[in-house]
Design a protein around this ligand. Structure first.
Ligand SMILES: O=C(O)CCC(=O)C(=O)O
Length: 252
């Protein structure tokens, strides 16, 4: 399905640093993605305690169904709207937040975890289950992307650029399952603990233009998964099936 962003959503992204696309995916697609992510996790890591936050990283590089999902037309449309005609998948991870773990995430900018040039890149945070204030939806600090990458420090809950006790705790962004929250990698965001009785499930995709480099080393980011070339889909289906490109990297 194609996605056309409204002028309002594009302006919101430029001004506020984030925009919400409600209900992009329906139950069958979410169930398929959840099954693929869960299978990936169960076959690669069986040691997670039920109180943990499960991070499965670079899943699309290792799972055909997840790779095909990341290459869908919806993500071609969204990423090319914000990044131009050529786009690669920079990073992706499942974030399944178990109940009762009391594990929030600190305020951070995604850029802090791997600064790049040019910055920012685009993060698409996708709710596989409803994301609510009760189960640990994300919060954003509108306009904070305009500060560029700021200093981060280690905290109990990951890199932090702002205290979870700061009087300004930004704006909660609850969204129903199937919705996408798009934001720049310099956008400050956090998420709360999951105080509900169910798992809060999200899939996070990050997109960048080819030619993006790691800031520290100057090394080219070599993505295995091409999303868009010349404004269209780079791949018809799956990992490495790319009429105009090729796989140029191996996974770590
Ligand atoms: O899904 C979450 O709870 C937060 C994830 C996040 O902030 C991130 O992946 O950068």
């Amino acid at each position: 399905m194609s996605v056309e962003l409204s002028a309002n959503q594009i302006a919101e992204m430029n001004e506020q640093g984030f925009t919400i696309l409600p209900g992009v995916f329906g139950h069958p697609e979410l169930a398929r993605l959840d099954a693929a992510l869960t299978e990936f996790w169960e076959t690669t890591r069986r040691d997670a305690s039920p109180r943990e936050v499960i991070f499965g990283q670079k899943v699309a590089e290792r799972n055909q169904a997840v790779c095909e999902f990341a290459q869908r037309q919806e993500f071609v449309d969204i990423s090319t709207t914000f990044l131009g005609p050529d786009v690669d998948l920079y990073f992706n991870q499942m974030v399944y937040k178990s109940p009762e773990g009391n594990k929030p995430f600190s305020w951070h900018q995604d850029d802090a975890y791997g600064p790049v040039d040019p910055s920012p890149y685009l993060t698409v945070w996708m709710a596989i289950t409803d994301a609510t204030p009760d189960n640990g939806c994300i919060s954003v600090l509108p306009g904070s992307q305009k500060q560029g990458l700021v200093r981060h420090y280690d905290s109990e809950f990951g890199l932090a650029c702002r205290s979870n006790d700061d009087p300004d705790q930004g704006v909660l962004v609850p969204v129903p399952a199937g919705s996408l929250i798009c934001f720049w990698s310099t956008m400050m965001h956090k998420s709360g603990p999951n105080l509900s009785s169910g798992i809060r499930k999200a899939f996070v995709m990050q997109f960048c233009p080819p030619g993006t480099r790691h800031k520290a080393s100057g090394m080219l980011i070599r993505s295995r998964i091409q999303i868009a070339r010349e404004g269209g889909r780079a791949a018809e289906s799956g990992l490495g099936v790319s009429p105009r490109g090729r796989i140029v990297d191996s996974i770590e």
